[in-house]
Design a protein around this ligand. Structure first.
Ligand SMILES: [Zn+2]
Length: 211
């Protein structure tokens, strides 16, 4: 069992020797803006790169497939690798930036480009609301939000009950990383192999990461 592999990158820095499936190409082409198509493709390539590094194989040997748990469609929903069903993968794209992860336990990544955005009603826990009120950084909500989305994708929270999970609390031994640069923020959550009680997470910080 190797350690999880995760990456956060600007779209123009993603260079992976692999191609997308016909389903992925068709889905990507449905984005109207070229930047959004490029972001979609980069995320789907980056997740191959992460999984290839985890597995010690070439990215071009991996097929990324998706299946929606709600409607059953194959062009969206939780991603998986057709060749390696035991590997957990996650990917996210926003205009200009992408994130991806591959691990042997459930994992989640989320990325959002920095922009003014107000918290959706009922999305924050009381502790998160207090934390946010004490921040003077305009990106504070998005930094909290990407961690929350990553927690949902890693299976720590239900998407319809976001206020019940506190993104400032995570499971010990879970891998939690916060990414940011001048244009986007992202977060990674990887479940530990064995569940343990919750404790206060590392503080949300402005750690810069390249690549
Ligand atoms: Zn669906």
């Amino acid at each position: 069992m190797t350690t999880p592999i995760a990456r956060f990158a600007a779209v123009d820095r993603v260079d992976v020797d692999a191609s997308l499936s016909a389903v992925e190409l068709a889905r990507g082409d449905r984005y109207l803006r070229l930047e959004d198509r490029a972001s979609y493709r980069a995320a789907h390539l980056l997740v191959r790169a992460c999984a290839a590094e985890l597995l010690g194989c070439a990215p071009a040997t991996l097929t990324v497939a998706q299946r929606c748990e709600v409607c059953g469609a194959r062009d969206h929903g939780r991603p998986h690798l057709e060749e390696h069903p035991g590997v957990h993968v996650s990917l996210s794209h926003t205009r200009g930036h992408v994130a991806a992860a591959a691990a042997w336990t459930p994992c989640g990544v989320d990325v959002e480009r920095l922009r003014p955005i107000a918290p959706p009603p009922l999305a924050l826990s009381p502790a998160e609301s207090r934390w946010l009120a004490a921040q003077d950084d305009p990106a504070a909500f998005l930094r909290l939000w990407v961690r929350k989305e990553a927690l949902v994708k890693a299976g720590f929270a239900r998407p319809d009950r976001l206020a019940e999970v506190d993104a400032l609390e995570v499971v010990p031994d879970a891998d939690v990383a916060d990414w940011s640069d001048d244009e986007a923020v992202g977060a990674l959550v990887v479940r530990p192999a064995v569940a343990t009680p919750t404790r206060r997470a590392a503080r949300l910080t402005h750690r810069r990461r390249q690549g």
